[in-house]
Write a protein that binds this ligand. Structure first.
Ligand code: NI
Length: 252
């Protein structure tokens, strides 16, 4: 199993990160992508990836912090990407739910980081909260064909548009909460575009809902996909691992 989206640099793991990593390995997690959301967390993710063989890094500025993405920050992100274990730009995107940065500034930061990813030939990790049509519009106008819609919360129509562009659809803890919309999407998109993630420390899957999440729990997300697809956990692991390795160009 590969946890394609974990925030290992979160302060929630400050006291016990080695134990968290150990539990993930015991649970069969063979790789974790530690995803940045601002400059300190991006730098911390690269440092961790440098230390731990099974940890990879994504660097980027989340829409909440979009106003911090100036020329200097873009140059710093580019520099971080020189590390061989940086496998994506993320998480980037639009958040029209909390609107912690003005929408126009979020859109500019999203486009700037998409262009950086293209220049470096890296996939993007997209955060989309209540901004589905604008996200799709920007992805299309920037001709994005390499990335993932993380912790997917859109409807089937949005998923199909993303898949048509070449993107992957990643599911996290909420897919275990019993909603019908996500279940329908899991069954209807091509299985070679499915990914699993935790988005930890947030959004713990059932049976840990409401508690701190961690990479070991990605198996509960994979089990839920297995239920929905009528497949075994082993089959879903094989499919989603292959997908993650293809998208992020991870070593075999
Ligand atoms: Ni995240």
């Amino acid at each position: 199993m590969i946890d394609t989206h974990a925030h290992l640099s979160s302060s929630k793991y400050r006291g016990d990160l080695p134990a968290v990593l150990k539990r993930a390995r015991m649970a069969g997690v063979v790789a974790i992508i530690s995803v940045g959301y601002d400059m300190p967390s991006s730098e911390a993710s690269v440092r961790l990836a440098d230390l731990e063989e099974d940890v990879f890094a994504a660097v980027g500025i989340h829409p909440h912090d979009a106003r911090k993405l100036d020329e200097e920050a873009l140059a710093k992100l580019e520099e971080l990407c020189q590390h061989p274990k940086v496998v994506a730009i993320g998480e980037i995107g639009l958040d029209f739910y909390r609107n912690l940065s003005p929408r126009k500034i979020q859109e500019k930061a999203f486009r700037d980081q998409i262009r950086l990813a293209r220049q470096l030939d890296l996939p993007i990790i997209v955060h989309d909260r209540d901004a589905h049509s604008k996200v799709i519009e920007i992805l299309r106008s920037e001709k994005v064909s390499n990335g993932v819609m993380h912790c997917f919360s859109g409807d089937l129509n949005v998923a199909r548009q993303a898949v048509a562009m070449g993107l992957y659809i990643s599911f996290a803890g909420p897919v275990t909460y019993g909603g019908k919309k996500a279940a329908q999407i899991v069954r209807r998109i091509p299985e070679d575009r499915l990914l699993v993630e935790t988005d930890c420390p947030y959004l713990a899957p059932v049976p840990h809902r409401g508690k701190r999440n961690e990479p070991a729990y990605v198996r509960f997300v994979a089990e839920r996909l297995a239920d929905l697809l009528g497949k075994s956990l082993e089959e879903v692991d094989a499919i989603t691992d292959a997908n993650a390795r293809r998208l992020f160009n991870l070593p075999a």
